[in-house]
Design a protein around this ligand. Structure first.
Ligand code: HGY
Ligand code: MN
Ligand code: MN
Ligand code: MN
Length: 441
């Protein structure tokens, strides 16, 4: 099996960067908000259009296409030793409200371009190569991030909780899935679980979502670890009442309790003393939501992350204490304090870092080893490895992300998100070479 190379030291690959840009622009047109923003939420019509589009490209490339019960989509290029664990890559195409067109998409369309590039180069894989489009990496609709990859990793509690979860219109997960064409019984959720030896390695190509590569003038980042994300849902309830008639001493305002908790989150995060601790209140809803009605219910969702799991957990504990204290002080009921997820960080496996370093060196690209402060589906693909369960079992080499530079200022989760065609082409080449190398190992 020939490994892609050339005698003159030039890159053997011709990535179709114009074609990739066209595909990214086309996918961005499947959006529920006006350009340049993109909004594509799980199981919406636009999400369905994007899914059909991706499957179409996989079919054109001659990949063998499979879709699981929740709509994770797999396109496989079967290798000469099809019985071996495959080398997988992939990312997501769902987009949070009013975001940009590159987050996740580069890791799906770019991965398909990497396969196309390898095919054009005459490469023959030994281990199969697979591109995965993960269902709902973003937590937008059901509050659960990396829904597809978490399920693939076989998290039983998730399969249980998905049966009861509803969106903010009270549509259940199973109803939403069904209306998008994924009709399933609750027990079908288990069919999404993957065996631990399904893949020998996983690499995700993603935009950086931060400013470091741009600032340092470096095109490629190789991710050594993903920070530990957590999210919490909190609800307060008070008596509400008329905004004119109820005097201040008689109130127990659920909205003010939420406001106070939001400030407490900021305080606890800053008190950690580390620049690596971050916390965000991105959702704060008041009921009934009328200017002349004291909020009788409030709902807030809190995102806390750190590269240090213990420090992140300490913040969560302090937020829990604050929620209890605020409820007592203000005479409101703390009707819910639910930790939705509290994930550990994941480390990239050395062999995957080695494959990516080999690729960037072969391509004469400058690169930087870095951690990912955003989470990715690779965080859960890492759990499909034996080494996640026990350091002594190194049969499977998981993970990780390689980054490509974005500008200006590392904007992401905003319409201004931008990656240049050249930087994306470099990311695609690194991915293609690293996958080719891992395929032959
Ligand atoms: O929130 C994240 O880190 C990712 O963009 N979903
Ligand atoms: Mn995102
Ligand atoms: Mn993403
Ligand atoms: Mn009135």
């Amino acid at each position: 099996a020939g490994f892609p190379s050339s005698d003159d030291g030039e890159s053997p690959f011709s990535v179709d960067s114009e074609g990739l840009q066209r595909q990214i622009d086309e996918l961005a047109s499947f959006s529920d908000s006006p350009a340049p923003s993109v909004t594509r939420v799980l199981y919406s019509d636009k999400d369905g259009q994007a899914r059909r589009h991706i499957k179409g490209i996989m079919n054109q490339l001659g990949l063998s296409v499979r879709e699981d019960a929740v709509g994770n989509i797999f396109g496989r290029w079967v290798g000469s030793e099809a019985g071996l664990g495959a080398v997988a890559t992939g990312s997501h195409v769902d987009a949070i409200p009013f975001s940009g067109k590159y987050d996740g998409v580069v890791g799906v369309l770019g991965a398909l371009e990497a396969i196309s590039t390898l095919k054009r180069s005459g490469f023959q894989p030994k281990r199969s190569l697979e591109v995965i489009m993960f269902t709902s990496e973003e937590p937008t609709r059901f509050g659960i991030s990396c829904l597809g990859s978490r399920l693939m990793a076989g998290i039983e509690e998730l399969a249980q909780s998905l049966i009861n979860v509803v969106d903010n219109q009270n549509v259940s997960f199973l109803e939403a899935a069904s209306s998008a064409g994924y009709k399933m019984h609750p027990e079908d959720l288990h069919s999404v679980f993957l065996k631990k030896d399904s893949y020998s390695a996983f690499i995700e190509l993603h935009i950086e979502q931060g400013p470091i590569l741009e600032k340092e003038g470096i095109p490629i980042g190789i991710v050594t670890a993903i920070a530990a994300p957590a999210s919490i849902k909190v609800e307060f309830e008070g008596n509400g009442g008329h905004a004119g008639a109820v005097l201040m001493p008689a109130r127990n305002d659920a909205g003010l309790a939420a406001a106070e908790l939001a400030l407490a989150v900021e305080k606890h995060v800053l008190d950690s003393g580390s620049i690596d601790t971050v916390g965000t209140v991105g959702i704060l809803q008041l009921h009934p939501g009328a200017i002349n009605s004291i909020p009788s219910k409030s709902h807030i969702e809190i995102d806390v992350r750190d590269i240090d799991e213990k420090r992140r957990n300490d913040v969560i504990e302090k937020v829990r204490q604050s929620a209890a204290e605020i409820s007592k002080k203000r005479g409101v009921v703390l009707s819910e304090f639910q930790i939705i997820n509290q994930d550990p960080p994941a480390q990239s496996d050395k062999s995957v870092i080695d494959a990516m370093e080999f690729a960037v060196k072969q391509l004469n690209l400058e690169y930087k080893l870095m951690i990912s402060r955003a989470y990715h589906d690779s965080l859960f693909m890492a759990r499909l490895s034996f080494s996640f369960l026990s350091p002594s079992h190194q049969l499977i080499r998981p993970i990780m992300s390689s980054f490509c530079r974005i500008s200006p200022m590392g904007y992401s989760h905003k319409p201004e998100e931008y990656a240049s065609p050249e930087d994306m082409a470099n990311g695609v080449k690194v991915l293609a070479l690293a996958m080719a190398k891992l395929s032959l190992e």
